[in-house]
Design a protein around this ligand. Structure first.
Ligand SMILES: *[C@@H]1O[C@H](CO)[C@@H](O)[C@H](O)[C@H]1NC(C)=O
Ligand SMILES: *[C@@H]1O[C@H](CO)[C@@H](O)[C@H](O)[C@H]1NC(C)=O
Ligand SMILES: *[C@@H]1O[C@H](CO)[C@@H](O)[C@H](O)[C@H]1NC(C)=O
Ligand SMILES: *[C@@H]1O[C@H](CO)[C@@H](O)[C@H](O)[C@H]1NC(C)=O
Ligand SMILES: *[C@@H]1O[C@H](CO)[C@@H](O)[C@H](O)[C@H]1NC(C)=O
Ligand SMILES: *[C@@H]1O[C@H](CO)[C@@H](O)[C@H](O)[C@H]1NC(C)=O
Ligand SMILES: *[C@@H]1O[C@H](CO)[C@@H](O)[C@H](O)[C@H]1NC(C)=O
Ligand SMILES: *[C@@H]1O[C@H](CO)[C@@H](O)[C@H](O)[C@H]1NC(C)=O
Length: 486
């Protein structure tokens, strides 16, 4: 059985638990128990109800393009109900057939037309058109009808973003203009009043060669976040700051701890929660899985802005509660269990590591023989989030070139470290833990929802899973077990 078949089966077997907390990087499920499938999209707040609608690329297993745009709704940004396809591919259509690229969709309400307008990066399969697609619907969930695919003011447009200024309601199209030598810019261009076409360029970020733009607006500032161009592999997202959209813009600066590659995510959208107690801004990033795009995940994190220092940071939370009414973010508490106290079997062992907790990290995890077991874990008897802090040193070099790293076998990046996680030796309930690359010495975490017995006698065992490429698990620093939801 291949990995895909194995994980599909495990996914079906996993019980549906509706969460109210936001858990970046987890397998998010909708109210029907299916994976939330809306990538590189955006969230639109319904004018009348205040409900959140998530639009994104619908990814089909084994297929790169062709899924159209899906839509989900939520009252709390954590529980998502699927409303099917907002934009369906049409066979034989020149711009939205299932062979065309329909990427980074965003939806905005147009007061002038009284309709919802969807815009996206429209292209053919070889990225030769570089257009912006436009579709309309009377109802926010659609179905949207194709109107046009335009070349923005005669130029090229690749990774697409959309921003609405909350001060005057004006909408802007944000786009990188492709990889050609004479492109490699990012444009901020105002839409016309009805949001049916583009008006004028307000700023061009010349030759930074960035993409996936989004803007976070505060009372004083505009922060423009963008990623570097490394395909589906993540990099260190940067931000520019300005008092006005037309600039002058600051130098770009990295928004997350160095070498975390923005917690293995790419920018694309952001959301402002104007709460009764606090305004919170969320970074809405994509954690791509380049081989199984349909299994890509979401990294949504609150940002910390310091207007005095003119800085913005995206900081990590394993699990947090966001009250969308008050705007308050509450990180959920967890209990840590360290590698130094765990037991190992086979060739797994504890190795000195300056960057590890207590100077130690567990390495050599491989297959079913070389594992690490954490014991004496306190459980509640209810499903709980558990974060696994790991290091994956495969790194992201070019494996097809001399000196390249193993993660780039023949030029195609692959997620190679996948571990098995077994609670209380119940092998039949094995969970798969995906451990994306980290830089050497950088520890990141990735979550699973597990069912531990009530009491303090649980064990969690981590081994390497045969993923068709390798049987290696990542190095483990610690695990953190979070309180269950009340
Ligand atoms: C906006 O759209 C409405 C409805 O189609 C139309 O009546 C109006 O003229 C448009 N406004 C502009 C500025 O084009
Ligand atoms: C995509 O469009 C470009 C520009 O029109 C064209 O050169 C290229 O052949 C097209 N690719 C496909 C697959 O049709
Ligand atoms: C519009 O969308 C809402 C929310 O999903 C749905 O309840 C309603 O039936 C839709 N109305 C039409 C006319 O499609
Ligand atoms: C198109 O983009 C290129 C590169 O940014 C720029 O030199 C050119 O002026 C743009 N053309 C238009 C019509 O905006
Ligand atoms: C924020 O919300 C308050 C109500 O809680 C409202 O009065 C205010 O206009 C909103 N501000 C913006 C900029 O949306
Ligand atoms: C490890 O054990 C599991 C469960 O018994 C089995 O499905 C899997 O094939 C084994 N993996 C390896 C790499 O031996
Ligand atoms: C790399 O590609 C070559 C030619 O397709 C193949 O023979 C070789 O096995 C590949 N190497 C690996 C490690 O997959
Ligand atoms: C704790 O679990 C182990 C098996 O993992 C078992 O042998 C032992 O009896 C348990 N202890 C208590 C106090 O339940």
């Amino acid at each position: 059985m291949g990995l895909l078949a194995l994980t599909s089966q495990l996914l079906l077997a996993t019980a549906t638990v509706s969460a109210k907390w936001i858990v970046p990087g987890a397998r998010w499920r909708d109210t029907a128990g299916n994976l939330v499938n809306a990538h590189a999209g955006g969230v639109t707040v319904d004018q009348e109800t205040g409900k959140f609608f998530l639009f994104g690329e619908y990814k089909i297993e084994g297929q790169v393009e062709g899924g159209g745009v899906s839509v989900y709704s939520s009252d709390d940004l954590a529980t998502w109900e699927h409303h099917g396809q907002a934009l369906n591919p049409i066979e034989g259509h020149p711009y939205i057939s299932k062979h065309d690229i329909i990427q980074r969709p965003k939806v905005v309400y147009s007061k002038g037309t009284g309709k919802y307008h969807m815009w996206w990066h429209a292209d053919n399969s070889t990225y030769g058109e570089l257009l912006q697609g436009f579709a309309q619907a009377d109802n926010i969930t659609g179905p949207y009808s194709f109107v046009d695919a335009i070349s923005p003011l005669g130029n090229w447009s690749q990774d697409f973003g959309l921003f609405v200024d909350y001060k005057d309601g004006r909408a802007y199209s944000l786009y990188s203009n492709g990889d050609r030598r004479d492109g490699r810019d990012v444009y901020f261009t105002s839409f016309n009043e009805n949001i049916t076409g583009l008006d004028k360029v307000v700023h061009r970020f010349d030759k930074y060669d960035l993409e996936a733009p989004t803007i976070i607006q505060t009372d004083k500032s505009y922060f423009a976040l963008m990623s570097h161009k490394t395909g589906y592999r993540p990099n260190n997202v940067v931000a520019f700051r300005a008092d006005s959209l037309s600039g002058p813009w600051s130098q770009p600066f990295i928004v997350s701890p160095l070498n975390t590659r923005t917690f293995n995510s790419q920018s694309g959208f952001s959301l402002r929660i104007n709460g009764t107690k606090k305004t919170t801004h969320l970074y809405l990033g994509d954690q791509w899985d380049s081989i199984s795009l349909w299994e890509s995940r979401y990294i949504w994190l609150p940002v910390d802005i310091n207007e005095k220092k003119k800085s913005l940071e995206v900081n990590w939370h394993d699990v947090y509660d966001l009250d969308v009414k008050t705007g308050e973010v509450t990180p959920i508490k967890g209990k840590s269990y360290y590698g130094k106290d765990a037991t190992t079997t086979g060739n797994a062992f504890k190795q000195e590591a300056t960057f590890g907790s207590h100077g130690v990290i567990v390495t050599g995890i491989y297959g079913n023989d070389s594992k690490v077991t954490f014991s004496g874990i306190e459980g509640s008897g209810k499903p709980q989030w558990v974060s696994f802090y790991y290091q994956n040193t495969d790194d992201m070099g070019f494996g097809d070139q001399p000196g390249g790293s193993p993660d780039r076998i023949n030029g195609t990046w692959q997620l190679r470290r996948i571990s098995s996680v077994i609670v209380n030796n119940k092998v039949e309930e094995l969970e798969t833990l995906y451990q994306r690359d980290t830089h050497k010495g950088i520890i990141l975490s990735t979550p699973l929802q597990l069912k531990l017995e009530k009491g303090r006698n649980n064990t969690i065992t981590i081994g390497g899973l045969n993923n068709g490429k390798d049987v290696k698990g990542a190095d483990i620093d610690k695990i953190v077990v979070f309180d269950p939801e009340k």
